[in-house]
Every structure is written in C-alpha cells, then in structure tokens.
Design a protein around this ligand. Sequence first.
Ligand code: MN
Length: 331
Amino acid sequence: MSNAEIQPAELRCGGPAGEGASPVIEVLTARQVPLGGPRAMPVRRTLPQRARTLIGAWCFADHYGPDYVSTTGGMDVAPHPHTGLQTASWLFAGEIEHRDSLGSHAFVRPGELNLMTGGSGISHTEVSTPRTTVLHGVQLWVALPDEHRATARDFQHYVPDDVRLDGGTARVFLGTLAGDTSPVRTFTPLLGAELSVEPDATVTLSIDPEFEHGLLVDTGDVILNGTALKPTELGYAAPGGGTLTVENGGTGTARLVLLGGPPFGEEIIMWWNFIGRTHDDIVRAREDWEHASDRFGRVEGYPGDRLPAPALPNATLSPRRNPAPATKDAR
Ligand code: MN
C-alpha cells in the first residue's frame, strides 16, 4: 500500500517513553484517508497519529472494508517505493495481487501473511483481483531498526494455523501468542495476530510484560482490560502487564488484530512511503525514486505508470515524539 496523502507530513516517531505506573488502555480513533485507485478507496488509519506514532516497531496501521469493490473500484496501487520498513498485508476478505521488484508475484488471501521487506529499497504494486467482490483487511508497516534498515529486499508468505483459545481463536502471523510461534523472521521482537472472541465470552491472553500492545477492533464491541472499544478503534496498552482480557458482550463473534512489541527506542522519520533517520535520508530516497534509480528496482507486469513522489515540505517539520503512556494516579 502507498501513503496517498497529497502533502504527507514528515513525522519523527519514537523517542523516550515514560516510566510506567500501571498502564491504562488508551483509545486511539482512526482517521479516514483516501487510498489511490479509480475511486479512491477509503482506509482508516490508526497509526501513526498525534497521540501515538509507534507500537513496538509497528509504525503504520491502515484498516479497510468491508469495501464493495463494485462501488469503490477496489485497490489499485501503481508501482511505488519503500525504504527502511516491512509491509505486512493481512486480509479478512477478498484477494490482492502483489508484484514487487524482487520479482515476487503473489496473491494475498484471507488468513495468509505476506511480509515484504523494503530494506534499502523496493518497489511494488497491489491490485485487488477481478474475482474480489468485497475487500476487507489491514495493511501494516514495521519500522526496521537502524542496524538492519539497509537489509536486502525480501518477501515472505506464511499461513498460520487456528489456535484454539478458551472463548475464541487466534492466528499468530508474527511472534508468539497462546503457545504458537510464527516462523517468519522479524528484525525486532514483534507480535501480530488475528483474534476471534465468541459472543458472551472473555479471552485472557498471557503477554510479554516487556511489550506494548495495540488491539484493533474490526467487528464487535469489546472490553479490553476494562475499557470499551468500538469497531475501527485501537486500544493501546503500555508495557508492564502480564495479561490482556478481551470481553465480548455482543451477540456476534468479535474479530480483532493484536499488535505488540517492545518500545522501539529509536526515533524515525516517516515521510510518504519512506522511513529514515534524518531529513537527508528522506530527500535522497525521494530523489532516487524520482530518477528511477536501481535502488528500488522495477516492477514487471503492471499496466500503468509508477506513482510520483509528492513534493517535499519546504522545511523540516518539528519532531513528534511518541508520548509517554497514560498512567493512573490512583489505583
Ligand atoms: Mn506499499
């Protein structure tokens, strides 16, 4: 997926987090952003935002659908670059055809992780297939730590098993949860899982106390550690707790995506589809893309032009740090 904002802000993300008293759940709401495509399919973005820029190394979370492709035209993202990050595609419904400059040609389908590593530079396309009537899923980005951000391009595909929980199921696509571990390599410890919670059930998950977590609600009204979350909201839990409890008081199964990782600890700068450490990193990546440098390679098989980079802001924008988690002053 490409960040389709016309004037993307340059965001400095990360930085020191606060020393924690007991964490409370912060509710992060989504903002609507038009994605590319014939009729600009809308997506709901919960990361990054002013209140929170990273959860572990997760630095970007777009949630879309159920999107009726006959109405919106679906997804059609022309060749565009990435650097310094991995993209994780996870669908609930529909199918996306992926092509990249590594030569990968893959179909992204529900319940199957597709993880693309941009490293120093990659380019790709994402197009919903003609047999897709409803498109529904998430597109997530993972920031690469400084020592690995120029790593080689890579593409991995993984289909996790359903793990039975008391009150639901989990599909662990990255990291470890409920006794299941994904074999997919990440460059920092990460957790990524789809959760289903049955009606009138409560799921209790043991989590790594070093991790911070985000629970994105796709369907259902749930209560996360005592805080109500509605569909499209992301509940943030700071490090320090050993369990997450997710209660579904509704009449339908709740579907959620759980993200986690230890606080990233590095400041990054995100602009458009690039992650760097300095303004100059971003300027260079943009120039390399605009000059069709080998850095990003070429995508074969897409019937159209590549996406031009937006204009850079005139000045480096003021840094935005990841704020300290909210804390309870009484317990
Ligand atoms: Mn992309």
